[in-house]
Design a protein around this ligand. Structure first.
Ligand code: ADP
Ligand code: MG
Length: 315
């Protein structure tokens, strides 16, 4: 199977929303009047972001999910994406499930594959996603204000739990592992929640490198500090794991693809409605204050030390 046959068979589809999809030198997008284009790229590298043994359908899903998660963090609605793919060989046993997993998530979000590049090389998947958001309404990292609540969507820590099991660092019962593994290999981008939080959240970020690290980006961009109540955060893991590293996984695990966002306490009802509309849980875990850094607090306000750091590829 040659390059063009491969593209035609697995990735070229008739365009619906785009003015022009795959097949020419450029795709053409036509954002609606008054909308801004939101653009983000994420690359997945074998051995770094996924294991060679992962189910290709889940890999296809995850490659797009991590990109949709960035749109969600900005409150942007997905429009289209491009796919730059390096493959060791044209292997139908990989390409068929990979493209199926990828395009199923794309269809679920009305996000069209409009182009890309395909080359031979070590397996590497780079997606650029395009979304739209009404001008001036994108959720940014810089909008958190002292007094705001801090919220987190869904669950945290499961992906890291699964990774530790894969690495042989931890052993857990099969049901715990299965629940955690599904969250690691097939994360759910919180696109509907991001859109529903326009005009409610003062800031947002998606949690890819761990809650503390990613919340830290919001706090620095906003020039504020935060307090997290650990008993509130402690409820956030989906897998029924009660081991010693539970809180560490939740606070600093990474690969969660949930949203962390801030909103004024007067908007708690609006946040609850947005979450209900999006079919996603939202949990309040602390609040923003003047100053800098993150204080971890016990239920009674005792300050614990902030010993958790997040994942940095070059650290
Ligand atoms: P060019 O040489 O002009 O960059 P290519 O020969 O690389 O174009 O690709 C031919 C067409 O196929 C282009 O429209 C490109 O966007 C599309 N394409 C290439 N690879 C992919 C892919 N992995 N997924 C979707 N479309 C792709
Ligand atoms: Mg090309």
């Amino acid at each position: 199977m040659g390059e063009f046959e491969l593209i035609r068979r697995y990735f070229a589809r008739p365009s619906r929303r785009a003015a022009l999809g795959t097949g020419d030198d450029c795709a053409l997008l036509a954002p609606a009047p008054g909308m801004q284009l939101a653009v983000s790229s994420d690359m997945l590298v074998e051995g770094r972001h996924f294991l060679s043994t992962v189910d290709p359908a889940r890999l296809g899903h995850k490659a797009l999910a991590v990109n949709l998660s960035d749109l969600a963090a900005c409150g942007a609605a997905p429009l289209a994406f491009t796919l730059a793919l390096a493959l060791p060989r044209a292997d139908a046993a990989f390409l068929e499930p990979f493209s199926r997993g990828l395009l199923a998530l794309a269809d679920a979000h009305g996000c069209e594959l409009v182009g890309g590049d395909t080359t031979q090389g070590p397996l590497n998947i780079c997606i650029t996603v395009f979304g739209e958001v009404p001008a001036g309404q994108a959720l940014l990292r810089s909008g958190a204000r002292a007094g705001d609540d801090i919220w987190v969507s869904g669950t945290l820590g499961d992906a890291r739990l699964a990774l530790e099991v894969f690495r042989g660092q931890l052993s857990v019962p099969a049901d715990v592992f299965d629940a955690a593994r599904a969250r690691m290999e097939a994360p759910t981008p919180r696109v509907a929640l991001g859109v529903a939080l326009r005009g409610i959240a003062t800031s947002a970020i998606d949690i890819s490198d761990g809650l503390l690290g990613d919340l830290g980006h919001v706090l620095r961009a906003s020039g504020v500090g935060a307090g997290i109540e650990t008993p509130l955060a402690e409820a956030l893991m989906a897998a029924p794991y009660q081991g010693a590293r539970r809180l560490e996984f939740i606070l600093a695990g990474g690969d969660d693809y949930e949203l962390a966002f801030t909103a004024p306490p007067g908007r708690r009802e609006a946040v609850a409605q947005a979450a209900a509309l999006a079919g996603t849980a939202a949990t309040r875990i602390g609040s923003v204050h003047a100053g800098s850094g993150i204080r971890l607090m016990d239920g009674d306000g005792t300050v614990l030390d902030a010993r958790y750091a997040s994942f940095d590829h070059f650290a």
